[in-house]
Design a protein. Structure first.
Length: 164
């Protein structure tokens, strides 16, 4: 782990833990998330089906499409077991999908946020919003770069950001 505060992980660390998935199959948010759920690394103390169900229930309440081709789905309430590690899974759909974004863009980048608390979720969402406005990060996301490239760029940007 890069950061010493257990409740404030770097986004790069969260994606390193959750993974990056290219050519995610699916024509809509439920199909995209189902594919990603099956691709996730082993989830200690958390059932993939429970995570998927909770995330889809949240999506029904209001779209998690945030614009600029990005969605940030998440369960409404934390679903991780006590002591589990939060993560962000980054998926790139095989073809952009309608995710009901405020700007009408089709989603080509999905940041699935799985946190241990509401505070950590909001912090992670804030980081995604801020970092995806930086040209270097946005370019890598749009190019569907490798996990290593994305994580390295995020960690570099976050270290610069938090040093200020």
């Amino acid at each position: 782990m890069t950061n010493t505060d257990a409740h404030d992980f770097y986004l790069g660390d969260l994606i390193e833990r959750g993974g990056v998935y290219h050519r995610v199959a699916g024509d809509n948010p439920p199909e995209i998330l189902a594919y990603m759920a099956m691709s996730l690394p082993e989830l200690s103390g958390t059932d993939r089906a429970v995570l998927l169900k909770a995330t889809l229930e949240r999506e029904v309440l209001m779209s998690t499409g945030i614009g600029r081709g990005i969605a940030a789905p998440h369960p409404r309430n934390p679903v991780l077991a006590e002591g589990s590690q939060p993560f962000v899974a980054l998926g790139f759909p095989a073809a952009p999908v309608d995710w009901n974004t405020p700007d009408g863009s089709r989603v080509s980048s999905v940041f699935w946020i799985v946190s241990v608390s509401a505070k950590q979720h909001l912090s992670t969402l804030s980081k995604i919003n801020f970092l995806c406005q930086q040209e270097k990060i946005l370019s890598l996301i749009k190019a569907q770069a490798s996990k290593d490239e994305i994580v390295a760029a995020l960690l570099e940007a976050e270290k610069t950001w938090t040093a200020k």
